[in-house]
Design a protein around this ligand. Structure first.
Ligand code: OSB
Ligand code: MG
Length: 379
């Protein structure tokens, strides 16, 4: 990691842009089905450069309490005025979280704003996010998250196509009624050597330990977030009843939350998503506290466009990301991405961008064609 501080930038303008992008196939989880995304992008203009941040909140507050319309509101009315009011608009990405700290929660919104500042600041100084974060890989293995389907046959053909594409790890979304059978069928069809894991997105209860233990025979890499996000103690109970390692996603909202969950025996693996923890800089701290405790991490995804995916790759290249992440190619979700270099799958891997900032340029013409609103927010 480039630890020397980089000079701050003076912000001239901040723009909030909303885009609408259809998904190539509906994505169903235990909390709902998404067919198109309404995405908030933050664009910062500073000292002749621009930086972009992508807010990962969904259309509805189903994954967490955040959702895109609320994110736009809190960003415009609470976060940006605080940031610009701070040092006459002189901003250092390293200090964004601290300046916004009086505002409770709203981590996805804070993360998007910090990312835009960081992107602009790094571009200004010709430094890539990968170098700034301390990346140790120039490419990372690519896993794919596979939604709940209408039938097991459909699931089998979808997984078959992803394996043919070269994905090196499959994650199946599960929920009560869609767990043992789909997992058993994927194992029967594709064998025991396919790295396989499951994600429940909080769909089970504390009483489901014995049921979830029936997944043990399928040698899964992990089971992700079986219980509600605030039930850390419940996860510790489940972890004692199942042999499959428990991994937390929704529950890990900060580095402090990660330390707490690990110390309480609630998880032995952590999924890191920058948006969920308030930004890439806190995500790096989550990585560090997990590394110090011997807990492996992997990079989660939130159906990002090429902007967020490029930044995720810089993060996923850190040394303790020893498990394959949800860092699939752009075409997994989008017919056309909004950046000049969409993420491409090569030999089961994806390349970590090397150009300054996020390393990708926005395709302005295409972006304009999918933009539903743009507002400029001042002090
Ligand atoms: O729980 O990991 C999750 C997408 C939206 C919300 C939550 C999750 C997901 C995914 C998608 O699993 C992973 C990806 O973006 O590749
Ligand atoms: Mg998850």
């Amino acid at each position: 990691m480039v630890r020397e501080s980089i000079p701050p930038i003076r912000i001239d303008r901040i723009e909030l842009r909303r885009i609408s992008l259809p998904l190539v196939t509906p994505f169903r989880t235990s909390f709902g089905t998404e067919t198109a995304r309404d995405i908030l992008l933050v664009r910062v203009e500073a000292d002749g450069v621009e930086g972009w941040g992508e807010c990962v909140a969904g259309n509805e507050p189903l994954y967490s309490s955040e959702y895109v319309e609320a994110c736009q509101h809190v960003t415009a009315h609470h976060l940006i005025p605080r940031l610009l009011g701070h040092d006459h608009g002189l901003v250092d990405a390293d200090r964004v979280a601290e300046v916004l700290e009086p505002i409770k929660d709203h981590r996805m919104s804070k993360g998007a704003l910090e990312a835009a500042v960081l992107d602009a600041q790094l571009r200004q100084h010709g430094l890539s996010m990968a170098d700034r974060f301390g990346a140790v890989q120039n490419r990372v293995p690519s896993g794919v998250s596979v939604g709940i389907m209408d039938s097991i046959d459909q699931l089998v053909s979808a997984v078959g196509r992803y394996l043919d594409d070269g994905y090196v790890r499959i994650k199946l979304k599960i929920e009560p009624g869609w767990d043992l059978e789909p997992v058993a069928e994927i194992r029967r069809t594709f064998g025991d050597s396919v790295p396989l894991q499951v994600d429940a997105n909080t769909a089970y209860t504390r009483h489901d330990g014995p049921h979830l233990a029936r997944l043990d025979e399928f040698s899964l890499l992990l089971i992700e977030q079986p219980l509600p996000e605030d039930d850390v103690t419940g996860h510790a109970l489940i972890a004692r009843q199942v042999e499959t390692p428990v991994c937390l996603d929704e529950s890990i909202t900060s580095a402090a939350a990660a330390v707490d969950a690990i110390e309480r025996g609630a998880c032995s693996i952590v999924n890191i998503k920058a948006g969920r923890v308030g930004g890439y800089l806190e995500a790096i701290r989550v990585h560090d506290v997990c590394a110090e405790r011997g807990v492996p991490v992997w990079c989660g995804g939130m159906l990002e466009t090429g902007i967020g995916r490029a930044m995720n790759l810089a993060l996923a290249a850190l040394p303790n990301f020893t498990l394959t992440g949800d860092v699939s190619a752009s075409e997994r979700f989008w017919a056309r991405d909004i950046v000049d270099e969409p993420v491409r799958l090569q030999d089961g891997h994806v390349h970590v961008p090397t150009r300054p900032g996020s390393g990708v340029e926005v395709d302005r013409k295409f972006l304009d064609s999918v933009t539903t609103s743009t507002v400029e927010v001042g002090r």
